[in-house]
Structures are given as structure tokens and as C-alpha cells.
Design a protein around this ligand. Structure first.
Ligand code: CA
Length: 238
């Protein structure tokens, strides 16, 4: 059973909440919607998995004890599909072995019930800022390579020096290679949810990045999608 609580227009963060306890799920969903997130709710593991496989979510909040399919199995299947969506586990279990098992299955964070909404919100924001994380430390687009551990970027084997914001922007673009990211999405991920200056800051930083990443190369990787935003992809024409 699934209930679509809210769908909003525009590039806002969308999350999936898989929770069978009506009280918890409505408390969490209402709180998140009050924070201007879009929330889809599933009441069992199977429908949660179907939603996760069908739509793009910025975050999945997943209970462990679920009817039809338990949360650990849902998580395993999400990761099996190579999805990098951040997953926050929400559960009454607090045994250390459960935590370890779920981190191994690909959970990004863990919150034990009962919890205060404020604590959930802090973790949600942290995961959203971080964005999707590939399970491997290196991400490649064409001959551009970014290593998350060393935070080094190379193109054609040649090292590129970036400022921390340029690096964060490039990492976000590369983690979503082929996907068009709006300026709002970029601001929310790279700067802060609370960044409210509507400026051309994204365009300025993309220009800096292009200067370092693309300008001396024939193949341009960073592409402007007019009226929408930016994307990075293999051998794109600019
Ligand atoms: Ca439950």
C-alpha cells in the first residue's frame, strides 16, 4: 500500500519514506513536508522497493521491521541495482550487530527509535548535502577522474588543482553524470540549504571549473542545458 502525500512543482528534494507504523510515518512525513521536502510514503518493503526502483529520490528513509519484505532486504536490492541514493535507516533495533550488518548492506546513516524530529532533520540535511555516494572512491567521466578519498582530480592523467567549492561542485556533477542539475539543486547540495541569495554564483563557479577542466581540451565535458542547468557527460558538445 502506498500513499502519495505530496508532489510539488520545481526542483525540490524528494524523498521516500518506507515505514509501516502509521503514527511514525505521518509524524515524519508531516515534519519533512513542513521543511518543504516532497515525501512519498510506502507502508511495506515491497512497495517501497518498487517506488525506489521507479522514481528518482534524493534520499530514502527506511524502517527495518516491515511487512512483506524487511528493510535490510529492501536496502540490499536497492544497492544491487547500483543505486547510490543515500539511505537513512530508522528502527527500534539498536544492537550493534544490526548496525554493522546494515552499514555493510549499504546504509549511510542510522537512527534509533524513539527519536526527536530535530535529530532526524539534522541527519537528513547532512545526507542531502553529501548527495549520492558511489560505493567506489573513484568516479570517472570520459578521461576525467575524481578520487573521493584523496580529493584529487585528474584529466588525461594530469592533475587539476581545484578549490574546495570547485571540487564539491565537480563531485556533485560527476556523481550525477548524464543527469541535468538545476542551479537550485546545485546550490542546495554544494552550498547550503539555507543559502538564499538568488545570484549567479553557480554560473560563476561553473565558469571556473570549465576553465580548469575543459578549456584546454578538445572534448568538452561540462554542458549547459539552457533554461535548466548543467550536466557533465562523456564527450558532450558545448
Ligand atoms: Ca516497522
Amino acid at each position: 500500500m502506498l500513499r502519495k502525500l505530496q508532489v510539488r512543482q520545481g526542483p525540490i528534494m524528494r524523498m521516500l519514506l518506507v515505514e509501516d507504523e502509521a503514527k511514525v510515518s505521518s509524524f515524519v512525513a508531516r515534519g519533512l513536508m513542513a521543511e518543504r521536502y516532497a515525501v512519498d510514503v510506502a507502508r511495506d518493503g515491497q512497495s517501497g522497493l518498487e517506488l525506489a526502483n521507479t522514481y528518482h529520490y534524493d534520499l530514502v528513509i527506511l524502517d527495518l521491521m516491515l511487512p512483506v519484505m524487511d528493510g535490510t532486504e529492501v536496502l540490499r536490492r536497492i544497492r544491487h541495482k547500483n543505486s547510490t541514493v543515500p539511505v537513512l535507516i530508522l528502527t527500534a533495533r539498536d544492537a550493534v550487530s544490526d548496525k554493522v550488518g546494515n552499514f555493510e548492506a549499504g546504509a549511510d546513516d542510522y537512527l534509533t527509535k524513539p527519536f526527536a524530529f530535530a535529530e532526524l532533520l539534522v541527519r537528513v540535511k547532512a545526507l542531502l548535502r553529501r548527495g549520492p555516494v558511489s560505493r567506489s572512491s573513484t568516479v570517472r567521466v570520459d578521461d576525467l577522474e575524481l578520487d573521493r578519498l584523496s580529493q584529487q582530480v585528474k584529466r588525461g592523467g594530469k592533475r587539476i588543482d581545484l578549490t574546495s567549492k570547485e571540487y564539491a561542485l565537480l563531485e556533485y556533477l560527476m556523481s550525477n553524470a548524464g543527469r541535468v542539475l538545476s542551479r537550485t539543486m546545485i546550490i542546495e547540495h554544494v552550498w547550503d540549504q539555507s543559502f538564499d541569495g538568488i545570484t549567479n554564483i553557480v554560473d560563476v563557479y561553473v565558469r571556473h571549473l570549465r576553465n580548469k577542466v575543459d578549456d584546454s581540451h578538445q572534448r568538452k565535458l561540462i554542458r549547459t542545458v539552457r533554461g535548466v542547468g548543467y550536466t557533465i557527460s562523456d564527450g558532450a558538445q558545448s
